[in-house]
Design a protein around this ligand. Structure first.
Ligand SMILES: Cc1cc2nc3c(=O)[nH]c(=O)nc-3n(C[C@H](O)[C@H](O)[C@H](O)COP(=O)(O)OP(=O)(O)OC[C@H]3O[C@@H](n4cnc5c(N)ncnc54)[C@H](O)[C@@H]3O)c2cc1C
Length: 396
């Protein structure tokens, strides 16, 4: 957004509570690599120029990439400045920070979609003595005591942590609710390449039937490993990870799991096949069938006949619980009445219903790719155009 504002000669400042790329410096586990390939981290005027376009960046690589971008754009970033309150004024907004106030006519909230790890209310019923960790607190398996680990949630974070922790010699059970299965590579190409090329990632918020639902869809079960491995539930059970259904409660020290695991997995297989159907149709239409590997389908997710419906957390088997149940933004400092009853910010493709106020970086904000690094550019171009019109008085 800073780059797009500069292109329009709109005077601005970027306020950051930490350093540039703060979330990547402070909130990620050690082994994490982007699940999007190198070529896909495209920012306005800045793409990948290395010799490994199909590789996946490590966290230090991401920090370097974003820092280099801020430098290349000469972004006016004011670091170590935490916004503590935002209020409406007659002409715009008053932004309080730990280093003084700012007044502005327009304000873009780019504080991220994942500020707070979001365990369900049942997390408070974990028996005392079993440490609970969120992905923001988890760094590596050495931080955990020996013994079993229960991972709640089977999207990108849950599957990656289950894999790493199980391989460290700590037996893992993973509780899988709704999840989206995807192969890393299909017909010889990265699944992100297919989704990008076929236009799936460019689908717009105002052109899909149920945007509220689409904004809640969990992340794809993907990992960025040098070997381009698929990390679905079959990959986890193949190394010995145990599968359970969605965690629905904890009562008298016993975790209770939904009996719907088989259905959840069947649904996930079905959705993956639908995505692959879309890709195959697009490949045929574009005449690619002779150039790439032929279409094929993957074996269904293996689920044992009677998956466990409960697990005694007091038996000593489980030593740690990891809540890989998603994240949410933090708007505790936003004193403008634009949040709904669930605390979510109301917006129309990033245009917040308060004059001159915008939000970026949220799930499916304007496009399916909006919460990816690759989605920021198009959204910033659109929203900076709207913001310029507002400043010029063309929008009320
Ligand atoms: C575990 C995980 C893995 C991910 N993997 C990928 C991936 O593989 N590929 C991909 O494209 N995307 C990935 N993402 C999404 C990724 O976070 C975004 O693409 C990208 O970081 C979003 O950038 P952003 O600037 O919108 O938000 P953020 O990176 O969250 O940046 C928000 C910034 O706002 C600052 N801030 C927040 N509150 C305040 C305040 N009150 N005052 C001042 N500053 C504040 C924060 O310090 C932070 O620097 C992942 C996210 C997570 C959580």
């Amino acid at each position: 957004m800073s780059r797009c504002l500069s292109e329009r000669s709109i005077d601005h400042v970027v306020i950051e509570r930490g350093e540039v790329a703060n979330s990547w410096r402070t909130e990620r586990w050690d082994s994490l690599r982007l699940l999007t390939p190198n070529w896909q981290s495209r920012l306005p005027g800045f793409g990948y120029e290395g010799d490994d376009p199909d590789g996946y960046r490590t966290v230090p690589d991401v920090v370097d990439f974003i820092t280099a971008y801020a430098r290349a754009c000469a972004a006016p970033v004011q670091t170590s400045t935490k916004v503590t309150s935002v209020r409406r004024t007659d002409g715009g907004y008053l932004v309080d920070t730990n280093r003084g106030d700012w007044e502005c006519r327009t304000l873009v909230l780019a504080t991220g979609a994942c500020n707070i790890a979001d365990p369900p209310p049942v997390a408070t019923a974990v028996p005392p003595g079993i440490p609970s960790l969120t992905p923001h607190q988890y760094r590596n398996p050495a931080q955990l005591s020996g013994g079993g680990v229960l991972v709640i949630g089977a999207s990108a974070t849950g599957t990656q942590l289950a894999d790493e922790i199980h391989r460290s010699g700590r037996p893992v059970t993973i509780a899988a609710g709704e999840h989206i299965r995807a192969p890393r590579v299909y017909r010889g190409k990265d699944i992100q390449w297919w989704m990008d090329a076929a236009g799936v990632l460019d689908e717009r918020y105002d052109q899909i039937p149920d945007i509220e639902r689409a904004r809640r869809v969990p992340s794809l079960q993907l990992t960025g490993s040098p070997k381009r491995l698929t990390l679905d539930l079959n990959a986890l059970t193949a190394i010995g990870v145990k599968l359970a259904g969605r965690l629905v409660g904890i009562s008298h020290g016993k975790a209770q799991f939904s009996g719907s695991l088989r259905n959840m997995c069947a649904l996930s297989d079905l959705k993956m096949d639908r995505l692959l159907d879309t890709i195959d149709a697009w490949a045929t239409e574009r005449g690619l069938d002779g150039e790439v590997e032929p279409p094929h389908r993957f074996p269904p997710t293996r689920v044992e006949a009677s998956p466990p419906l409960s697990l005694d957390l007091t038996s000593g088997e489980i030593k740690t619980i990891i809540w890989a149940t998603g994240f949410r933004p933090d708007y505790s400092w936003l004193h403008v009445p634009v949040l709904d009853a669930k605390g979510r910010i109301r917006h129309d493709g990033g245009v917040v219903p308060s004059p001159g106020l915008y939000v970026m970086g949220l799930q499916f904000l304007r496009r399916r790719k909006s919460a990816l690094i690759d989605g920021a550019g198009d959204d910033a171009r659109d929203l900076s155009a709207h913001l310029a019109d507002y400043l010029d008085g063309r929008i009320g």
